[in-house]
Ligand binder design. Sequence first.
Ligand code: CA
Length: 426
Amino acid sequence: MRRHQFIVPLALLGVLSFPARAEGRDISRDTLPANDGWASYGSGTTGGAAADDAHVFTVTDRAGLVRALDGGSDTPKIIRIAGTIDANTDDRGDRLDCADYATDGYDLKKYLAAYDPRTWGAAKPSGPQEQARQASAARQAERVELTVGSNTTIVGLEGAVLKGASLQVKDATNVIVRNLELRDAYDCFPVWQPNSGGLGDWKTAYDNIWLRGATHVWVDHVTLSDKGHPDSGEPTYFGRNYLRHDGLLDITNGSDLVTVSWSRFAGHDKAMLIGNGDTATGDRGKLRVTLHHNEFASVVQRAPRVRFGQVHVYNNRYLVKDGHRYSIGVSTESALYLQNNAFTTPGHIEVADLVKSWNGSALHDEGTLFNGFPVDLLPIHNAYNSGSERDLTADVGWTPTLHTKIDSAEVADRAVARGAGAGRIP
Ligand code: CA
């Protein structure tokens, strides 16, 4: 499409001489349009649009990005990412791999030998190998966790990629992340949790983007994936997949007023968790999120899984592949409002596989398209849900009012296929 023939000349002229632009327009100071989802509520979301010239940065490596982020300060700032930045690098920009972080004798073979459930049992890992794992993990976290403060806009220039990082908006407000590919937030040191999910499971640390205690956040035209290290290529230990990635975009701990638009979630297990605990009652009345015109391609689960929040999910495109567990997760006190989403699945994945509920009680659904045919998710869920799941009612107790034009699922499906993800801001 469109711009391919211009990529080579732009590169020859040197990307640094160009502002973050889409079709020739500088997007650095864009703000969230009025009524565009929950992040437009009240004072809206302007990110770093008020930055003075001294706080507009173009960064090309981790060190520059860290300097621009300024320890999560709330000074209005615009950070433009150029080229590929790898978070797993030292201060000189040299690549760090898992062996570089490993310390205190951490060794995966020894870790597996120490905590094999057949000999160790179901107690939480403790002792030298677990201590060494924690110390090693802390060394990686110090490199890859990047804190984003209030009043910040992060935009990618043409082709920008942030690798291995976990962007964390913590107890901050008014943040925009746009036009950026974030890939492979790879955890070198997963921890074994013997009591997770009955059979035990591996817990990994990093989300590509993690919003915790974050309000007024707009994530737009980003591409989020495990590219480089797909979890499908990881081995199984203790009978469980040794996952290297946690969420692509998790929204937890009282976060509120978030719009996620025109983004691509691709090739990943747990894409988006909204609310991370059934007992986190401080999330009640918060976790209000709008998801529109996003593509969820080859996502296994959590697209999204919701607790507590009023979450509007409209005009999204789902490309379901083998290995899929569910798409929409209805958990404690969630109030999901689905409108005009399109699902495309292989033949053996059925409508009843799209929704899963745990302690959820309601789900609003309308205009869903399944392999080109209109379907009603709710009665099908209630007819075919498994024994542990409750029937859901249609009354979620609210009706969204903050949204852009809602298209039919068919129209949205085509528009998202063309327009979602980094590099596609019109
Ligand atoms: Ca997470």
